[in-house]
Design a protein around this ligand. Sequence first.
Ligand code: FAD
Ligand code: SF4
Length: 327
Amino acid sequence: MRDFSYFRATSAAEAGKAAQQAGAMLLAGGTTLLDLAKCGVSEPDTVIDITHLSGMSGIAVDAAGARIGALARMSEVADHRDIQAAFPAVSESLSLAASAQLRNMATIGGNLLQRTRCSYFRDPGTFPACNKRNPGSGCAAIGGVTRNHAVLGTSDACIASYPGDLAVALVAFDAVVELADRRMTVDELFLVPGETPDRETLLQRGEMITGITIPASAAARNSTYIKVRDRQSYEFAAASAAVGLELEADGKTVRDIRVAIGGVATKPWRARAVEQALIGKALNLESVEKASRFAVEGAVAHGGNHYKIELAPRVVARAILKMGGLA
Ligand code: FAD
Ligand code: SF4
């Protein structure tokens, strides 16, 4: 790990300006940034500490939806009663992430911008070939050990999966990211790798997330996040699903459904084909199992991650059946 300078910003404007300098990086909870600095992936010249900035950690929920400051801690959001009532999937996605210690330290903005857990990406000494780290150098994962890699949204240049849980729930409910002078949906924020896997989001250098907003909906209120992983704690998703469901008054016809999946794609993945297959239809075991298969439409496996093409639709089906009272 190489030396860097530390700068404690006194305002969001000052932080934003400082972060635009070459080699500068924002520091929130530090649980991703310092990890990546230690393994030589991130090499900041200066870290701009924003953890203490006031006005960026509030959580407010009303009839229109929620606004969560970028510096709110994962644990605070997960445990917030109004978030639990209006957006159970958001609360659950955070409770099932990382560990209690990490959740107490890590922030919402930092969580969204965490980097892939591709082990080739995180070991530059042993694996120089990584187009995400070093554009044009190749991809050590393709042809390597791919159990945790993506099957959706991949390219010949990169197959790394997006590891976060929260962003999956946010994409399902059309959440919006607030920056200093513009806004975009969380779905728009994340890019698929294509030929430029080093470009992961639409953020410009130094651009700071100030908060997120999530519109209220009946589907969000009746929602869940299911995460399947190798062990029950302290582990990233092999496959996950955020599902919100609203039924008609007859209690069986789908009025609104939101489905997004995690652990299987290069970005948090909205499964609109599943939604389209169920809206206006009767919810039953058969319709759910059939529709859930659309979650992996277009999926491409690379050896060891083939199981995800089977697993993801099952996780989606389980979440839909749970919300429909059928499981
Ligand atoms: P930081 O490390 O401070 O920042 C992360 C990145 O975001 C940096 O590039 C930083 O410059 C940038 N950044 C931070 N805040 C802003 C902002 N407001 N605007 C613009 N840029 C910003 N996550 C899961 O979702 N699920 C898991 O199961 C999970 N398991 C984990 C297990 C381990 C062992 C570890 C170490 C992490 C795990 N994580 C998991 C990831 C963890 O949730 C993230 O490390 C954490 O959320 C990052 O938040 P932070 O505030 O510490 O970010
Ligand atoms: Fe790098 Fe992506 Fe290949 Fe992993 S999958 S080695 S992050 S280019």
